[in-house]
Structure formats: structure tokens, C-alpha cells
Design a protein around this ligand. Structure first.
Ligand SMILES: O=C(O)CCC(=O)C(=O)O
Ligand SMILES: [Fe+2]
Length: 338
């Protein structure tokens, strides 16, 4: 399988990633392998404990999504179930079960194979080596509008996630089913990626604002591999505090296009993103959380973050200029559909 990764991750893909910050590869695995993985994921998602009826609805291996929020809260996105393949507590028994052989073969192949393949085509990202340098998540969105709000993938220290690689396994997906991945390069042109069977979507984890649109298909399967890298400044993976942005506001305003491009290339953009895309964050939170527990806390935290950025006069001026600029960019180019 590693050899297949190396063939599918080619120089053209590296060039697309470097220039746009995201890319996708179709036919990522052999077709039979992808089909087998899909069947195994279905089995894993359908497995039930005879006498357990807790929050997971008796699911044996997958758990309701839990997202860390602030220092203490864990809130879940409705209708999304997932598990981390390192979770020996739930998954260990499946390792020796032939019914799950392909998923585990994939997991083992990502141990080195995935980072090796990408290191060759994007050497400027210092991807780490070894088994602890990647995480793999199995996920199912169970229709009923299941979705993800706008977010970045490495929200805090000590996360070193650098590259997000999502393998979609949905042979019956069709337009209208939703569950599309939306990417919003900072002050750039948005892209929509359909979650087609055997397609790998790739983007830089720390600088790509993204979300998943509501899914109405009964089941939407995805396997995510996060590859870690060494960030030069260990703090850059962590801070979303706008006042720490090292910007000279007057200089930043004098050429807003240049400022936007610089922000787009790094993860300092995350300090401004909520204010620049305030309405989009708000709408996606409402859409994703509905009345679920935590919805209100998340919305209030979003408003508070935007207020705190705007309290600083220089930052408010910069945010306003970036908002005008992004609208200009959006009006001048069609979105990308993949
Ligand atoms: O399901 C997807 O397409 C992406 C999910 C996602 O953004 C995440 O797990 O962080
Ligand atoms: Fe994500």
C-alpha cells in the first residue's frame, strides 16, 4: 500500500498543494481496497454492544463526536460518530479480526508511507517520522444534516498537525447528498470538494479554514490522517490571540492585498479569521449544532472573540479592510468545484 501512496502523491500534486494550499487525488487506493475499506467501516459503525445503551446508542466501536471547547467543555456535533485508531480501549480487539484487515493495513501503511510520500513532494514542510507522528480517525456522518462548522485543524498546543489527508469512501454519493468539504483559503477563493469514493483531499491543517456542509445521505464515511510536522516557532501552533499578531497596522493597511497574501501563507491568520469571516462562522455553528448542548456557549464565545478583536482600534481597521478585500476577491473569481 505504501508503494501505491508514493505513486498517487506525485509532483503535480505537490505543485498544486504548494500553490493553492489544498489538492485532491482521485483513485487514491486500488478500487478493490477502497471497496473493502468501505465495507469494513460499515461493519465497524454498525457493531453494537448487546447490553449498552449509553450516549453512543450501544455502538461498540464508534463514539459520538466530542470536541474540546475552552479549557473544560466537551461538546458533540450531532449525528457524527468517530474513533481514533490509537484508541486501544475500544479498537484493540478488531486488530486481529480478518473482518477489519484492510482498515488496519491502511493504518499501518500510514505509519511511514504517508509522510514519506508527501515529504518527497513538499519538502518545505518538515513532516515528522515515526508512528507517533500521525493520527488516524474513522468517522461516519449519519445524515440528518450532520456537519462541521468552520474551523482549523490544530486548535491548540501541543498539536503539531501540519497536513490533513481525508479519504472519502462513498461509492453512492451524488450531488444533492451534501456532506461536501468546503475550504476557504484566507481572503481567497473558496473550494468545494465532493466526498467521492476513493478520493483523498489534502490541505495544510494549521492554515486552512474549512467545514463540512450538512449531509443528508444516510451514511457518509471518511478516514482522516493527520501528519505532524515540526513548527519552527512552537507557539505558532497555539495562539489565536489577535493582540499577539506581530503586525504594524499602518504598514499592513498600506497594501492590503500583500497583507492578505502573507496571512494566507501562515497560521497567524487564525487570530483574525473569526472576525473576517464572522457571519460564516455564526451561520455554520447554528447549522451544525442546532439546539444541541453547547450550541449557545459556542456562539457566545464566537461573538466574544469578535468583540475582543474589534476593541483594539488598529485591529478593527485591519479586519474591516480585510473584509472589504475578501469581498472584492470573491466577486472577481468563480469558486472552485472539485
Ligand atoms: O469529514 C470531513 O470531510 C472533514 C472533517 C473535519 O474537518 C475534521 O475532522 O476535522
Ligand atoms: Fe477539520
Amino acid at each position: 500500500m505504501e508503494a501505491r501512496f508514493a505513486r498517487r502523491v506525485d509532483d503535480a500534486l505537490g505543485a498544486r498543494l504548494a500553490s493553492r494550499g489544498y489538492a485532491c487525488v482521485d483513485d487514491f487506493l486500488e478500487r478493490d481496497t477502497a471497496d473493502a475499506m468501505r465495507r469494513e467501516l460499515e461493519r465497524l459503525a454498525d457493531a453494537r454492544d448487546a447490553n449498552e445503551t449509553g450516549r453512543g446508542g450501544g455502538r461498540k466501536y464508534l463514539r459520538p463526536n466530542r470536541t474540546k471547547f475552552g479549557d473544560e467543555h466537551l461538546f458533540g456535533k450531532p449525528n457524527i460518530y468517530e474513533c481514533d485508531m490509537h484508541d486501544d480501549g475500544t479498537l484493540a480487539e478488531t486488530k486481529r479480526d480478518a473482518a477489519y484487515a484492510t482498515i488496519w493495513e491502511f493504518f499501518r501503511a500510514t505509519e511511514r508511507g504517508m509522510a514519506d510520500a508527501f515529504r518527497r513532494v513538499i519538502p518545505e514542510i518538515a513532516l515528522r517520522d515515526g508512528p507517533d507522528s500521525r493520527t488516524v480517525k474513522l468517522q461516519v456522518n449519519e445524515g440528518r444534516g450532520a456537519c462541521f462548522p468552520w474551523h482549523y485543524d490544530n486548535p491548540g498546543a501541543p498539536s503539531n498537525r501540519a497536513l490533513t489527508c481525508i479519504l472519502y469512501l462513498n461509492p453512492d454519493w451524488k450531488p444533492g447528498d451534501g456532506g461536501e468539504l468546503r475550504l476557504q483559503p484566507f481572503c481567497g477563493v473558496a473550494a468545494t470538494i465532493q466526498p467521492k469514493h476513493n478520493r483523498l483531499a489534502i490541505f495544510f491543517s494549521d492554515r486552512t479554514l474549512h467545514r463540512v456542509t450538512p449531509s443528508t445521505a444516510a451514511k457518509r464515511y471518511a478516514v482522516t490522517v493527520w501528519l505532524d510536522a515540526d513548527f519552527v516557532d512552537p507557539r505558532t501552533g497555539a495562539s489565536t490571540n489577535a493582540s499577539e499578531l506581530n503586525l504594524n497596522a499602518r504598514e499592513a493597511l498600506s497594501d492590503i492585498a500583500k497583507t492578505a497574501k502573507e496571512l494566507a501563507r501562515g497560521n497567524a491568520q487564525r487570530a483574525l479569521s473569526r472576525a473576517v469571516y464572522a457571519d460564516e462562522y455564526e451561520a455554520s455553528l447554528v447549522e451544525c449544532m442546532g439546539n444541541a448542548r453547547g450550541a449557545d456557549e459556542m456562539l457566545q464565545a464566537h461573538y466574544e472573540h469578535c468583540r475582543s478583536v474589534k476593541k483594539n482600534h488598529a485591529l478593527k481597521t485591519l479586519v474591516d479592510a480585510l473584509r472589504d478585500y475578501r469581498r472584492e476577491v470573491e466577486a472577481s473569481a468563480a469558486e472552485v468545484e472539485l
